[in-house]
Design a protein around this ligand. Structure first.
Ligand code: SF4
Length: 88
């Protein structure tokens, strides 16, 4: 996939949450931020579909970001599912 400057785009950066348990001034101003609603955040299945289509278009690297992605219930649920699978 190429952008309008003919640069090859081979990675996706997906922000899965705007929440973070740290307060770096870089992205969390003293006055706070307006958090977006849960319904406006992609589900795990939606992210999976976006990445699947991306791989067809030449994406070979995906960077998961936030906020802090590990505070996302999306990933906590996935880790719990994986742990249950590992324990069986
Ligand atoms: S998302 Fe990163 S930069 Fe922002 S508050 Fe959290 S750790 Fe700091």
């Amino acid at each position: 996939m190429f952008d309008k400057y003919s640069r090859n785009i081979n990675y996706l950066r997906i922000s899965v949450t705007d929440k973070c348990n740290l307060r770096c001034s870089y992205c969390m101003p003293v006055g706070g931020v307006n958090l977006i609603g849960h319904k406006e955040i992609l589900s795990f299945e939606e992210i999976y579909n976006v990445v699947s289509v991306g791989t067809i278009l030449g994406i070979d690297k995906v960077r998961i970001t936030g906020g802090e992605p590990l505070v996302s219930s999306l990933f906590i649920g996935q880790f719990k599912a994986d742990k249950a699978e590992w324990d069986s």
